[in-house]
Design a binder for this molecule. Structure first.
Ligand SMILES: [Ca+2]
Ligand SMILES: [Ca+2]
Ligand SMILES: [Ca+2]
Length: 299
C-alpha cells in the first residue's frame, strides 16, 4: 500500500494536440487521447503518447506483461476517443481493453493485477460506469492476460486473445465514442498497490478495440440563397434524442459537413444568417443509413 499516499498528486493534462489521423480509416482500435490524469508513479510510455495506446495490442502471453503500454499511475486515468469508428451494442461484448496483467510462477499462478474502473460516453460529457466488484475484480479492466500480438497473427477481437471485454447492454447503451479508464487506486485492492513501481505504477494501457463497431454517420450539404451558395453561414446539427449539438460554418462554396455523427435517428439541420434568412430541415441517420445529404435554402 506504499503508493496510496501519493494518489492525490494527480493532475489534468490535455492531449488535444496529439490527435493523429489514422493511416487506415475505420480500424477497430482507438484513435485519439483526449485527456490524461497522472496518478502516483505514472509516466512509463508518456513520451510515446498518443500512439502508444493506438493500434492492436502487443500482448506477450500469459507469463509476461507487454511493455508497449502507458502507465496511468495509482489513481490515474486516461480518456480516449474512437473517431473513424464507434462502439455499438451488438451480440455479446462490444468493447475490449488490453492491459498487461500476467500470471506469476506459471500459467495457473496468481495474476499480477492493476485494476481500472471503466466508464463510457457518447459525447465526452455524460459518463456511464460499468458496475464492478472491488474484491473479485469482476467488471474491472486489467484482469485478463493478453496473448494477441501483431507478430503472431492472433485476432485481438477474439476472446482467446485475452484482454477484458465489456457489453454496452449492461449499461443500456446503444453506442459510445469515448472511454475513460481510471486506475482503482487504494480503493480497489490489487497487486499494484503493494509494489513500489517507479514510473510503472497503476493500470498499464496497451490498446482498446471496438468488437462491435460501425463507421460514424455524416450529414452534409450546401447552403444557398437565391441560387447562390452562402459562405460562412453557421449551421447547427441538433439530434432530437437530446444528445450533443454540433456547429459548423459553410466553406467558400456554401458547403458544410458534420462527420463523427452518432447515428441515433432523427436530427434537425438549422441555419440562420442575419439579415438574409433561415432554414430548417430534418435529417435521418441510423446504422443502416450512415449518410444524409441535406441542402438548405435560406428564406
Ligand atoms: Ca479507429
Ligand atoms: Ca453487446
Ligand atoms: Ca500492469
Amino acid at each position: 500500500m506504499l503508493a496510496c499516499r501519493f494518489i492525490l498528486f494527480g493532475f489534468w493534462v490535455l492531449f488535444g494536440a496529439f490527435v493523429v489521423p489514422r493511416a487506415i480509416a475505420g480500424d477497430p482500435f482507438v484513435d485519439a487521447v483526449k485527456a490524461v490524469e497522472t496518478g502516483a508513479n505514472a509516466g512509463f510510455g508518456a513520451d510515446k503518447l498518443p500512439r502508444r495506446v493506438f493500434g492492436a495490442p502487443r500482448g506477450r502471453g500469459l507469463l509476461v506483461g507487454s511493455t508497449h503500454v502507458y502507465s496511468l499511475g495509482n489513481g490515474g486515468s486516461i480518456t480516449v476517443a474512437f473517431n473513424d469508428n464507434i462502439v455499438i451494442d451488438g451480440p455479446g461484448a462490444d468493447l475490449a481493453i488490453y492491459e498487461n496483467a500476467f500470471h506469476v510462477g506459471g500459467e495457473e499462478g496468481p495474476l499480477f493485477t492493476e485494476y481500472a474502473i471503466v466508464e463510457v460516453s457518447d459525447d465526452n460529457r455524460t459518463w456511464h460506469r460499468f458496475p464492478f466488484n472491488a474484491e473479485t475484480g469482476t467488471g474491472l479492466a486489467g484482469r485478463t492476460a493478453v496473448t494477441s500480438n501483431p507478430a503472431n497473427g492472433m485476432n485481438p477481437l477474439d476472446p482467446s486473445s485475452g484482454g477484458d471485454r465489456f457489453d454496452l447492454a449492461d449499461l443500456g447503451l446503444e453506442m459510445i465514442r469515448f472511454v475513460r479508464v481510471i486506475d482503482g487506486g487504494s480503493d480497489i485492492p490489487d497487486f499494484g498497490n503493494m509494489v513500489a513501481p517507479g514510473t510503472k505504477g497503476g493500470f498499464d494501457l496497451d490498446a482498446m478495440a471496438a468488437i462491435n463497431g460501425s463507421a460514424p454517420a455524416n450529414v452534409h450539404g450546401v447552403v444557398s440563397d437565391g441560387g447562390e451558395p452562402v459562405a460562412g453561414a453557421r449551421v447547427r446539427l441538433v439530434p432530437l434524442d437530446g444528445s450533443r449539438k454540433k456547429r459548423r460554418f459553410t466553406d467558400s462554396e456554401g458547403r458544410y459537413r458534420f462527420g463523427r455523427v452518432l447515428p441515433v435517428g432523427d436530427h434537425e439541420v438549422r441555419v440562420r444568417v442575419a439579415g438574409v434568412g433561415s432554414a430548417t430541415r430534418s435529417a435521418y441517420v441510423d446504422l443502416q443509413q450512415l449518410s444524409a445529404e441535406i441542402d438548405l435554402v435560406l428564406q
